[in-house]
Write a new protein. Structure first.
Length: 462
């Protein structure tokens, strides 16, 4: 029988408050500050828009991060409510207790706390303060305090930051939420800094006017889908503080042209770059040029559909920039070579750090995996290994499983359906469901015998 933990006194009190909306809003004037975070969390989860609005208006702390709360699609309406409730001018609503909120963070960060501790060891009052824009709270206030020390009696301007993740495409200009953000910025007469940390742009050539409202220096994670390399370069000239860059479906006319040279020089300047993803970006025999200019701290490298050649792999295995990767995705690059030594060396180099490896759809055969399996078994940090849609046989699949069961950190394996399950590999219509069920059953028995029931082996039939 399943016993649910009884609710705490605090849970009961919060539920009581939430069930009486007017009472809750009134109580915000009196309840102690410590109750704000649990009450906010409960009101957010239960989507009490009016209470949330009142809480933003009277938030007694410097910052408010929705990061730890899981955002469902329907909950986006709550963002709107919260942005609308931002008190940009102190006299806007005297009914509420004077708000201290200066940073509203609408970005998703699972590890983040709802508010920062009041006393931090760093000089920043909030871990997510903008450090780059001229319009940031810290820069504007330091300017104000230096100018007010010159002219006594002038109080510093109340500034605020609104941290958001945005996904921009051609229809975005009409997007209601973006319209609201822009009108809030306009209303604030320069007091509100719209700080976009995560930016995804689809169809760059049609997004220029939306981008003109943002300070690209603030962006940490940039993803661009469908653009010319020249367009990407002009974006990177402004987005100079990236931790993560993802480019997909980028057209590059020539590796000898100005656009590619400028692209490399922009990459060279990215000292903080930790994650690079280039997808559907044909780099045959030119991966070296891209990797050479990167900083040595790259954590994550994704190169699906890049038409990588044997010489690209050879370089990858010798490149110091990729020696500490925790994630490598080289799916959808055909690897039907005679010599797998470079790939083997790459896995050896990464054996102490690699946590996620994806080599789906690479035309890897029994012969190639026979070479790679010993190196895979030495990747002691591996947690997820995906090698689906490769033409291998059942004996090889069993062998790989034997190699991988001693890797104790490894919990998820996405395996290829062995070729004997198909009438004609890899035609989906020719797949024999019974044969696949037998494969699943055999793997399950093997995992049980190896005492690795904690490991999950799954496959895709789609
Ligand atoms: Zn904070
Ligand atoms: Zn900013």
């Amino acid at each position: 029988m399943y016993f649910k933990e009884p609710p705490t006194l605090l849970d009961i009190a919060i539920q009581c408050i939430l069930n009486h909306e007017p009472l809750a809003i009134h109580a915000l004037q009196e309840i102690p500050g410590e109750l704000f975070v649990p009450l906010f969390t409960a009101a957010f989860k239960a989507r009490h828009e009016k209470i949330l609005s009142a809480m933003v208006k009277s938030w007694p702390f410097f910052c408010l991060h929705i990061g730890p709360l899981r955002m469902q699609r329907a909950q986006r309406k709550l963002w709107k409510v919260m942005v609308e409730s931002l008190q940009l001018l102190p006299t806007e609503n005297p009914a509420f207790r004077s708000p201290k909120l200066r940073i509203l963070d609408l970005t998703q960060r699972p590890g983040c706390k709802t508010k920062c501790p009041e006393i931090t060891t760093t000089c920043k009052p909030c871990v997510r303060c903008c450090a780059y824009s001229e319009r940031s709270l810290m820069k504007v206030e330091s300017q104000c305090s230096s100018s007010s020390s010159e002219s006594e009696g002038q109080s510093p301007k109340t500034t605020m930051e609104l941290l958001v993740s945005l996904s921009i495409d051609r229809a975005f200009r009409e997007n209601e939420f973006f319209g609201l953000l822009l009108s809030k910025v306009e209303q604030s007469l320069g007091a509100l800094h719209l700080c976009c940390r995560n930016l995804r742009i689809k169809n760059l050539s049609e997004c220029g006017s939306a981008l003109s409202h943002l300070d690209l220096k603030c962006v940490c994670h940039l993803a661009v889908v469908e653009a010319s390399l020249m367009g990407v370069v002009s974006l990177l000239e402004l987005a100079v503080n990236l931790d993560s860059l993802s480019l997909s479906k980028i057209t590059c006319r020539s590796f000898n042209g100005r656009a590619f040279r400028n692209f490399l020089s922009q990459l060279r300047g990215m000292d903080h770059l930790k994650e690079l993803s280039l997808s559907s970006f044909c780099l045959t025999d030119h991966l070296e040029h891209v990797l050479r200019v990167l900083s040595a701290d790259l954590d994550s490298l994704q190169l699906p559909f890049c038409e990588l050649s044997y010489s690209d792999f050879k370089f990858l295995s010798q490149c110091p920039q990729v020696n500490h990767l925790t994630l490598l995705d080289i799916s959808n690059n055909s690897m039907y070579w005679e010599d797998y030594e470079p790939f083997y060396c790459l896995l050896e180099n990464l054996s102490g750090t690699l946590q996620h490896l994806a080599i789906n759809h690479c035309l890897l055969t029994d012969a190639s995996l026979t070479v790679l399996a010993p190196a895979l078994s030495r990747c002691s940090q591996l947690r997820l290994f995906s090698f689906s849609s490769n033409p291998i046989t059942m004996p090889m699949l069993r062998r790989i499983l034997e190699y991988l069961t001693p890797v104790t950190q490894l919990k998820y394996v996405i395996y290829p359906i062995p070729v004997h399950c198909y009438g004609r590999w890899p035609v989906r219509g020719s797949l024999d469901a019974q044969k696949l069920a037998d494969v699943n059953a055999q793997l399950k028995i093997m995992l049980h015998e190896a005492e690795r029931d904690d490991m999950c082996w799954i496959t895709y039939t789609g």
